[in-house]
Design a protein around this ligand. Structure first.
Ligand code: SAM
Length: 214
């Protein structure tokens, strides 16, 4: 797995191109917007809720989250890379959201507040060898009945290999190597959460995984 320093350097230099790359993914049938929307639906958020996004990047999930929690809710976005957070901050300012807090931190070392209603993590676990610890920390941060929702990638089961190669090529500047897709966060979610659900899309390469805090 690539080191923290490598991840941060990669995202710092690629931050300006990140949103455009996700648009390119649409050309090969990856419906990221629909997958994000489904992952956020699994959080079952209510107006006024507090939600944390782990590794929020440029804030592409923010519009969906704010739509659920409203201006009376609270959104905390945490990310390692200053350049990604700068773009997220610009999005927040442009949209006039006053209820978003952005924190630059390593998710594996961060102390999350308690009493959170939802935790979202999209496109991150292949960078984080301590993912079991992070998922356990999410379970402790959530109120009983709060939800964790994960949207991420795994080794595909039913995707033509040429198409997977294109995914790796497009995602290469962001560290989408075959190893990225080898981690198994669902085992940790099973360990620390109840009422888990697991859905796949795109030939089994994309998964949406959720669980309810005990
Ligand atoms: C693929 S992007 C996903 C961004 C966003 N979640 C999305 O769906 O568009 C991965 C993000 O994870 C962040 N990241 C990687 N490792 C991290 C860590 N240990 N702690 C915090 N953020 C991290 C990177 O800076 C980058 O912004």
């Amino acid at each position: 797995m690539i080191s923290r320093q490598e991840v941060q350097a990669m995202y710092q230099s690629g931050a300006k191109h990140y949103d455009f790359t996700t648009i390119l993914f649409r050309l090969i049938g990856l419906r990221m917007k629909a997958y994000r929307s489904l992952a956020i639906k699994k959080l079952a958020l209510q107006r006024g809720n507090c939600v944390i996004e782990f590794c929020c990047g440029t804030g592409l999930n923010f519009p969906f989250l704010i739509e659920q929690i409203g201006s009376e809710g609270r959104l905390i976005g945490v990310d390692l890379t200053p350049g990604m957070l700068d773009i997220a901050r610009a999005r927040v300012n442009r949209s006039g959201w006053k209820n978003v807090e952005l924190i630059q931190s390593d998710i594996a070392a961060h102390d999350f507040p308690e009493g959170v209603d939802g935790v979202l993590a999209t496109g991150i676990f292949g960078y984080i060898p301590e993912y079991d610890h992070v998922i356990k920390a999410a379970s402790r941060s959530l109120v009983p009945g709060g939800h964790l929702s994960i949207l991420d990638g795994k080794q595909p089961v039913n995707l033509p290999s040429w198409l997977f190669k294109i995914v790796l090529k497009l995602g290469g500047p962001f560290g989408y190597t075959p190893e990225y897709f080898n981690v198994r966060p669902w085992e940790s979610v099973e360990r620390y959460f109840k009422e888990t659900s697991f859905e796949t899309r795109y030939g089994g390469m994309i998964y949406i995984l959720s669980g309810t805090a005990q």
